[in-house]
Each structure stands twice: as structure tokens, then as C-alpha cells.
Design a protein around this ligand. Sequence first.
Ligand code: HGY
Ligand code: MN
Ligand code: MN
Length: 430
Amino acid sequence: MAAAAPPVVPSSPTPSRWATSAADEALRRCDELAECSETPQGLLRRALTPAMREAHVKTRAWAEAAGLDVRIDALGNLRARREGPAGSRTLLIGSHLDTVRDAGRYDGPLGVVIGLAVAEALRHESLPFGLEIAGISDEEGVRFGRPFLGSRALAGTIDADDLALRDADGVTLAEAIARFEGGGSVEACAITPAELLAYLEVHIEQGPVLESLDQPIGVVSGIAGHVWRSYVLEGRAGHAGTTPMGLRRDALAAAAELALFVERLATETPELVATVGQLVASPGGNNVIAGLAEVQVDVRSVDASVLAKALATLDAEAKALASRRGVRMSASDRFASPPVVCAPALRNTLEACVRRVGLDAHTLASGAGHDGRILATLGPVGMLFVRSPEGLSHHPDERVHATDVALALDVTLDFVRALGARIASEGRLS
Ligand code: HGY
Ligand code: MN
Ligand code: MN
């Protein structure tokens, strides 16, 4: 008699029935949130805007249906909370609700709706800690040109320089806060290290690694260090027709040379990525030599020494080419954050939960920035990645597989229960 055919092992395990249904609802909610946009074509939802308020209305309804008390803080973070036992700390689960321009619908919101689904599943289970689901208002930095303003409010580090930042319409952050009428003061947004048990963020990978390994989910080891450095090049505007090439101080040409150097340096340096996403020249005219140009550089590495060396090399090259071209150069940082390591206790627990759903616990670093880098200043941070088909993100075609989201839900629910059991028995995380 022919031997029985070996069992067909699914490329990924089967999620629980709860998770399968919760994943469908989570993806439906991401679709609903994608309707909350400042633009009729393409998705844009910046901090403290009417589109964000629309997103809050929907998210609040889902959170209240899950039995959570909801408030909007001064920076426009949505805070959905269930109290823990007196004196207990809070497990914060969340991600951001703001988007980049022409965004995908999962970068940020997926982590919020997964948090809400898990809170709903745990509604009638006791936990030895408070649970707060955060819809963070500004991670991408699109409106005020500085990222992580929402989580920095949670960390209590918003300062006068931040409040004076202006958006493209000249509205300061302080004015936007006042107009949005979130609750309480900027200071009252803060969570203290004594209050925070841990922060968990579930996020799409936004890169190709998990897909290349055919892994539905992965555990994050750390978040790359990240700097937004602006180089301003000041030459002299002039007539495009009458100014001899040898007498020009062309700021746009200098900026273009710098942008190509940025690309070459990152291409030649392992562990480094660097991008010029914005290059603005003025006065702007086909027949006018640009007198002024600003090059915005995004530089990242998981290795702090690689990042520091790259920035020093960029500064040196900007100075040298400016001198060669007779233009003045100045550099300033709009944002800088060192690499962050995810807490081993959380990472180990996540890995155990991933194995419990029948997966390899693949661990990977995050090249993308996340609010966890800011919240790591308050306490332990853990992150779980969900596979990004084609590694695509910051793009309307960004998508996820429903079964991968379901597996992430199973892992996240198991993780919260595992943390609860540990705190109940040992009183601490590790
Ligand atoms: O830029 C980033 O890495 C993130 O999407 N804010
Ligand atoms: Mn994100
Ligand atoms: Mn993003």
C-alpha cells in the first residue's frame, strides 16, 4: 500500500478564529481611517487637522465599544485607557494616526486598530496593569517639519522651539494646539517612567526582509539612528543668459552636487542609508540662476559610529564643494535620534509568543523610525513587524496579508497575557 502523503505544511500557521475575524475588522477599520484625508486624491492626514479629528471620531467609537475611556490630549494624541489596580503601571500599545503625503493606509493605523482589538478581547479579563491604546498624532513630521511631536509630548520633551515651529501656512504648533482644543496642557500629555510598564508597537515592516524570508511577522531588535540635516547653500542669483558659466555662484547646481554625493556615500557605506527627499531652490525661474538652495538629508544607521562618521563626511563635503563653487554653506539639524535597542525582556517574550503560533521567531532591525524610539526614553519598548508585500510603504499601494495581521493579533494578545502572568507572579518584567 502506498505510503501516506506527507502532511502539507502551510507556509504559515493558521491563526485562531478570533484573530481571523478581528483581522478582517482591523483591515476594515484601516479602510475607514483612509477616508479621513486632507486631500480628495491620495491620503494625507497631518497632526491637529480636521482630517485627524475625523479619524479621532471613528477611533474613539471603536475604543469606547471596547470598554476604554477615551481622551484627546493637547498634542492631539488619542488616549484610550482602562485603569489597572491602584499603583500599577501602564502597558502602552499604539502607533501613529498621521500619515505622509499620498500615503498607504497601514503605516501607523494598523498598530492602533490591533491595539484596540486586543483591548477588546481582554475586556473581561483582569490584568495586573493599566492598558492604554495610543493613536499618536504626529510621527511623520509632515506638518511642522519635525517628526515624533506626538510621542515627544508623551515623553514630556516638547519645548518652546517645537511650539514655535510653523507649518506651510505659517501656523505655529502652539496655535495649532490651541485651535484643535485637545484636553489639558502640553505638560499633561506626559507619561512618567514610573507610570510606564512598557510600550509595544505593531507596525508594517515597510521593507523587503520578511517577504524575502516568507515570514508573516518578525520581532524587532532595534530602531535605526536617524538624523534630518538641512544644508543651506547661498550663492548669487543672476541672469541665465548673460552670466558667463565661470562667473556663476549657482546654489542649485551646488545642491545637486551635494545630493549626488549623499547617494554615493550611502551606496558605498555598509549599514548606512541616506536620502535627499527635498531640495528647494529660489528664486525659481527658468532664466534665473538660483541664489539659494536648501538640501534636506535623511541619514540613518543602526550603528551609531557609522551614523556619526557619515554626518561628518557629509559636512566636510558640503563645506568643500561650497568653497569650490564660491557659495556659503550652513548646516542645521531638524531632528536627531540615536539608535534604539528594543528591550530584551520584551523581545524574548515576543519571540516566545511568535513561536507559540508555530512560526520561526525571526528578528530584524528597523530602518524606519517609529515612536518607540522616543518612548524608549521612558521605559522598555518592544516592536512586532507585519510583512510588507513588495516591501512597499509610504505609497498608496502599501498593503498587508490578512492572515499575517491575524497572526500578529494572536501574538499580541498572547504577549499581553504573558506580561500579565509575569507581573502577577514576579511583580516585574524581567
Ligand atoms: O521616516 C520614517 O522612518 C517613519 O516612517 N516616520
Ligand atoms: Mn510608521
Ligand atoms: Mn511612515
